[in-house]
Design a protein around this ligand. Structure first.
Ligand code: DC
Length: 226
C-alpha cells in the first residue's frame, strides 16, 4: 500500500515548497491538490460558467477532463494535452477558486481523482482537506500554518519571482484572508486542523527547518526506505 503524507493549511503557509522538498528527499511524488481546483475554475471561467452559481458549476464539473501523470517527481496535470502552467495562477483565478471549491460535485470529483493517485506510488499531498477528508487515515498528517503577514509576504514574493505580481502586499493579504474565510467556513470539507494532525507554525521558521520537522515526525521506517 502506498504511503501518504498529507499536509493541509491556509494559503501561503508554505505547503507547496515544503511538500516538494519532502517529496524529493523521500522519493515520494508531490501532489498539488489546489491546482485541480484551480483547473476547474480556469475551465469554468473560460467556458463562461457563472462561478457564483453552485448548480451551474456542479453541472459543468463532470465535463472537465484532467490527465494526471508523474513527471519529474510530481503528479503533473494535462488539459487537452497541455499543462496549464501559470494560466491557473492569475488574480482572477485566485478570486474565484474558493467559491468553485465550495461545490460538492467539484469536491467529490477531485477527491476521487486524488485517491486514485495512490496507485502511482508514495505521495506527499497538499491542500485544505487532505488530512480531514481525502486521506484521513494516513498516519502522517500535518497542519502547516503561519501568520497572515508572513503568508502574504511569501505569496507576493513568489508572484514577483514568477513575473505575475499584480497587487501590493496588502492586497495579497486581503485576497488570502478572503480565501481562508471561504475555505474554512464552507459546508463540505472545510479547512480545519484534523484531530491528531501535527501543527507546525512556520512564521519564524526557515523552509529547511519546516522540512526537517516534517521528516522527523514521520512514522518509523518512512525516512529510511529510499
Ligand atoms: O492551494 P491553492 O491556493 O492553490 O488552492 C486554490 C483553492 O482551492 C483554495 O482557495 C481552496 C481550494 N482547495 C480546496 O478547497 N481543497 C484542497 N484540498 C485544495 C485547494
Amino acid at each position: 500500500m502506498s504511503k501518504i503524507i498529507a499536509i493541509d493549511g491556509p494559503s501561503g503557509a508554505g505547503k507547496s515548497s515544503v511538500s516538494r522538498l519532502v517529496g524529493r528527499r523521500l522519493g515520494f511524488l508531490h501532489v498539488d491538490s489546489g491546482a485541480l481546483y484551480r483547473i476547474m475554475t480556469w475551465q469554468a471561467l473560460a467556458r463562461g460558467v457563472d462561478t457564483s452559481d453552485p448548480e451551474a458549476v456542479a453541472a459543468f464539473a463532470p465535463t472537465v477532463e484532467v490527465e494526471c501523470r508523474p513527471v519529474d517527481g510530481k503528479v503533473a496535470y494535462f488539459v487537452g494535452g497541455e499543462e496549464p502552467g501559470d494560466r491557473i495562477r492569475t488574480a482572477e483565478i485566485n478570486a474565484h477558486a474558493s467559491e468553485v471549491a465550495t461545490v460538492k460535485a467539484v469536491r467529490d470529483r477531485i477527491t476521487a481523482t486524488l485517491r486514485g493517485m495512490a496507485a502511482l506510488g508514495d505521495l506527499v499531498v497538499e491542500g485544505r482537506d487532505i488530512t480531514t477528508a481525502v486521506f484521513p487515515d494516513t498516519p502522517a498528517r500535518f497542519y502547516l500554518t503561519a501568520s497572515a503577514e508572513a503568508r502574504a509576504r511569501r505569496r507576493r514574493k513568489e508572484e514577483v519571482e514568477k513575473g505575475i505580481a499584480s497587487a501590493s502586499e496588502e492586497a495579497v493579504k486581503e485576497s488570502l484572508l478572503n480565501r481562508d474565510r471561504i475555505d474554512s467556513t464552507r459546508r463540505y470539507a472545510p479547512l480545519r486542523k484534523a484531530d491528531g494532525a501535527m501543527e507546525i507554525d512556520s512564521s519564524d521558521m526557515t523552509l529547511d527547518e519546516v522540512v526537517e520537522a516534517v521528516l522527523a515526525a514521520l512514522p518509523e521506517g518512512w525516512r529510511e526506505q529510499h
